[in-house]
Design a protein around this ligand. Structure first.
Ligand code: SAH
Ligand code: SF4
Ligand code: F3S
Length: 467
């Protein structure tokens, strides 16, 4: 489910939203990794459908199996390797006609290794290869040979392709606004797998959002690795947000991810001025010690980061903040680690995505530093970080009890059809009794109880804009 997708991070595989037979061949597509990958899969599905392929949610009935993969941490890759092992076994059982392909960041990173050395797949394409897929598939069919396209593109933004929406709730959708990343944080593989940063033309973004509104969607999440560097001519990210937010007052707008080094006051003012730009910002800090941040090449100090948080809270009262944190980066001392805990105490995030450092081949850190924090220490520090965050989130959520929030209902709760779930403006998940309300409505909900991850409440009426 959407709200549980760690922001720009790996999750368990997601499948196509529905089966749509009719094509001569059926494609099954499984998606790993971040929201950008989900967004890419939506484009891949659209390209293949246009070429006459059917889409299936059932791997057993597929002629082509595609894994859209993630390379952000070693365990993300291991998951895919494991899955490929299973699929190979299946292929041996059903015979040669089944085609298996890897797409996305791992395909880009491992290039020929998966195809030629390990013979795990029949074809592969990096994140910029969606358009070439039908050709790769044909080549692999015709020649029986492995086919690959991992060319990184300076231009491809898929601006003209109408995606097949993976999120079948019909309420919330992802819209990619840029691709690639030029930041070169020392630990990160993304610039290598996704190539140079490029922004999609503003008109195509606005058109896509307009289409989503016409199709009944109520929320869009604008996606990019660093949305703050979005630029189309004179149009900055803040200006883009203004334009998208003026399309319809009842369309909620979220975005991910904004890099702290260039989060502007102009952007914060858009949050303040536009009621439908959600009062929530994901500002990944990564670490609470300036020397470590420098080693990470993040481009800001702890002081600068804290000043930004101060400005965000001054301009946007009650703004909800979340972050990403890495423990056990190269050379991290116990004292440096303690600084991360102190920063978390100072900011008191509503939510955090927390990871152990995983060395990625080819990155600056892999080339210049030693991955010298023992696994057990990394793990121990991660547990401390998680424990602290869980208690902070629980305390923050306790304060919500008694408040009334406008919740955009995304559909039935996982536990019971008698309940609905949806998020507050501040991105907190709320579960409440259905009481005749529907998916896609804005509902006022009084918060009555909470855990560290979810709020429970009672619907008290429809919100003004939906009446
Ligand atoms: N572009 C986003 C981050 C995308 S990757 C940003 O800069 O904010 C999502 C998160 O994965 C990162 O914020 C970081 O916390 C984590 N991550 C990236 N590379 C990692 C690595 N090598 N080991 C552990 N965590 C990593
Ligand atoms: Fe990776 Fe840094 Fe780019 Fe984020 S900003 S994708 S962490 S290089
Ligand atoms: Fe996303 Fe993983 Fe690639 S986090 S950008 S799919 S390496």
């Amino acid at each position: 489910m959407l709200h549980e997708i760690p922001i720009l991070d790996d999750v368990d595989a997601r499948k196509l939203p529905y089966t749509e037979s009719g094509g001569a061949k059926q494609v099954y597509l499984e998606t790993y990794g971040c929201q950008m990958n989900v967004s890419d899969s939506e484009i891949v599905a659209a390209v293949l459908r246009k070429e006459g392929y059917g889409l299936t949610r059932d791997a057993r009935s597929a002629d082509v199996i595609l894994l859209n993969t993630c390379a952000i941490r070693e365990n993300a890759e291991q998951k895919v390797r494991h899955r490929l092992g299973h699929l190979q076994a299946r292929k041996r059982k059903v015979g040669g006609a089944l085609r298996i392909g890897v797409l996305g960041c791992m395909a880009e990173r491992l290039r020929h290794k998966l195809l030629e050395q390990e013979k795990l797949v029949d074809f592969g394409g990096g994140p910029a290869a969606s358009r070439a897929l039908p050709r790769l598939l044909r080549e692999s069919d015709e020649t029986g040979q492995a086919a690959i396209n991992v060319q990184l593109s300076r231009e491809e933004t898929y601006a003209d392709i109408a995606p097949v929406r993976m999120d079948s709730n019909g309420v919330t959708a992802f819209v990619s606004i840029m691709r690639g990343c030029d930041n070169m944080c020392a630990f990160c593989v993304v610039p290598f797998t996704r190539g140079r940063e490029r922004s999609r033309p503003v008109a195509t973004i606005v058109d896509e959002c307009r289409q989503l509104i016409d199709d009944g969607y109520k929320e869009v999440t604008l996606l990019g690795q660093n949305v703050n560097s979005y630029r189309d001519g004179a149009v900055t990210f803040a200006e883009l947000l203004l334009r998208v937010s003026s399309l319809a007052p009842d369309l909620r707008i979220r975005y991910s991810t904004s890099h702290p080094k260039d989060c502007t006051d102009e952007l914060l003012h858009v949050h303040r001025e536009r009621a439908n730009v959600c009062n929530y910002i994901h500002l990944p800090v990564q670490h609470g010690n300036t020397e470590v941040l420098q080693r990470m090449r993040r481009g800001y100090t702890v002081d600068e980061y804290l000043r930004l948080i101060g400005r965000a809270r001054a301009i946007c009262p009650d703004v909800s903040l979340s972050t990403d944190i890495i423990t056990g980066f190269c050379g991290e001392t116990e004292a440096e680690h303690t600084d991360t805990l102190a920063l978390m105490e100072a900011v008191r995030y509503d939510h955090a995505y927390m990871f152990m450092y995983s060395e990625r081949p080819g990155t600056y850190a892999a080339r210049k530093y030693t991955d010298d924090v023992p696994q057990t220490v990394k793990k121990g520090r991660l547990s401390e970080v998680i424990q602290l965050q869980t208690s902070i989130a629980a305390e923050n959520n306790q304060r919500e009890i008694g408040r009334i929030h406008t919740v955009l209902s995304e559909g039935g709760s996982r536990r019971s059809t008698a309940q609905l779930r949806g998020r507050t403006d501040t991105n907190k998940m709320v579960v409440f009794d259905r009481q005749g309300y529907e998916k896609g409505q804005y509902i006022s909900v009084r918060i009555t109880a909470c855990t560290s991850a979810t709020l429970m409440g009672k619907a008290v009426g429809m919100t003004q804009q939906e009446r």
